[in-house]
Design a protein around this ligand. Structure first.
Ligand code: ZN
Length: 188
């Protein structure tokens, strides 16, 4: 298979010793925390992971995850395509105390001796890359078009009223007069 599934978890040591590189896909529908934020859960994220020891003998996972997501535009509430890419460099440590000693260039993953939750890492990366307020480019957003239409109509209305007033200064008075007659019924 050209796009193998990324394993749920990997051994805490072996892939680093082997300098393993894993490329593959991760189904969006299987991401329980990300999926509710999406309008479409078909398709898969593309993933690359490289496992190695750095010069300080720290376990490092370097890689990226890319996905073409479909989310709701927060301005027009319609679907919008959201291509996302996150690159990361993770330092795997056994304890919180060790995590605090990692350089800022490494995101800590505190794993103890258990297998490393690779899916969780990738899902976290995607969730962290999501914008707080996803919205279309104003030029492509139907909310902008609607807003423009409202503004234009309002402008037209004002212009028309002005024009009307200039052409016939009595039109407003005439309108009031006819309304008055209609209401008290004296003109029937
Ligand atoms: Zn929109």
């Amino acid at each position: 298979m050209s796009n193998p599934e990324i394993p749920l978890s990997v051994d805490a040591l072996k892939p680093f010793e082997q300098g393993a590189v894993r490329e593959g896909e991760l189904e969006l529908a299987g991401m329980n925390r990300l999926a509710p934020l999406l309008l479409e859960t078909e398709g898969a994220a593309r993933v690359r992971l490289a496992f190695f020891f750095d010069e300080e003998r720290r376990r490092v996972i370097e890689g990226w995850v890319r996905a073409d997501l479909v989310v709701m535009c927060q301005r027009c509430l319609e679907a919008m395509d959201l291509p996302l890419e996150s690159t990361f460099r993770v330092g795997v440590v056994d304890t919180e105390a060790m995590a605090e000693q990692l350089p800022a260039s490494l995101e800590p993953m505190v794993a103890g001796k258990r297998d490393l939750p690779v899916h969780e890492l990738l899902e976290d990366e995607l969730i962290m890359s999501l914008p707080d307020y996803p919205a279309h480019d104003p030029a492509d957003c139907s909310a902008s078009a609607a807003l423009e239409r409202i503004n234009r109509d309002a402008d037209d209305g004002v212009a028309e009223a002005r024009e009307h007033n200039t052409d016939n200064p009595f039109s407003v008075l005439a309108g009031l007069g006819s309304g008055g007659r209609g209401q008290d019924g004296t003109d029937q």
